[in-house]
Design a protein around this ligand. Structure first.
Ligand SMILES: [Zn+2]
Length: 227
């Protein structure tokens, strides 16, 4: 659930990264993985573009735990399978929640999702009143109630299909990122509380690599009336 801002043109070597040593373009690079010696460079490029965060859950992903993901699955449009504007990187996490479900692409498989991560409204920091996601103190995310009906359905489906409220994700957002900030907040005198949220908001806004950045910006933004 982070906004992925693509460059106006693909990187210069993009096509080469998806071409086998025999000069043939691969449209199923999972099958051709061993033959695609430069695929790792494409993955690294995409990970840098996303500031090291999973496109869906926004956890920090080291390159070893990242995989290239087709936002529109190749089962639906094979021509998009190596298209720069359709590819992102996501985590390989396969931990199951209490319902036996995982999250991100391992959960969605080839289901269709709306490509909302390419829309600016995903980013709580750029769209002050119409951002798509809200955040609760228990670590869960939700579609903003003020969205138009169609967008709201798309955002809800996005959360559901990718299982972005997986119990472990919720726990990590609440305990590992929110608790630390709240622990400082509760000990502040009343006159410093608002400035504290504002400072936290600015700090996280400036750090594009901050884990669960959009979740935190949505949560803190609601405290200071931004989102
Ligand atoms: Zn993920």
């Amino acid at each position: 659930m982070q906004y992925i801002e693509k460059y106006p043109t693909p990187p210069q070597d993009w096509d080469r990264w998806f071409t086998k040593a025999d000069g043939i373009r691969s449209f199923d690079y999972k099958k051709d993985y061993d033959a695609l010696t430069n695929l790792r460079l494409a993955k690294r490029f995409l990970l840098n573009e996303q500031h090291g965060l999973c496109a869906y859950c926004q956890q920090v992903i080291p390159i070893e735990n990242a995989s290239i993901e087709h936002v529109t699955p190749k089962e639906h449009n094979v021509n998009l399978s190596t298209n720069y504007y359709n590819l992102v990187v996501v985590c390989k996490t396969q931990m199951k929640d209490s319902e036996g479900k995982v999250h991100c692409d391992k959960q969605r498989l080839s289901s269709l999702i709306s490509p909302i991560i390419f829309y600016r409204n995903v980013d709580a920091s750029t769209t002050k009143t119409n951002s798509y996601f809200g955040a609760y103190a228990d670590g869960s995310v939700f579609a903003k109630p003020n969205l138009d009906e169609q967008t709201k359905k798309q955002v809800e489906a996005f959360i559901e299909i990718l299982n972005l409220n997986h119990s472990r994700l919720k726990e990590t957002r609440a305990k590992e990122v929110l608790d630390g900030i709240n622990a400082i907040f509760i000990h502040l005198p009343p006159h410093q509380k608002r400035a504290f949220w504002q400072n936290q908001y600015n700090r996280i806004l400036q750090n594009r690599s901050y884990p669960f950045r959009q979740f935190l910006l949505s949560y803190i933004g609601s405290k200071i009336g931004i989102n």
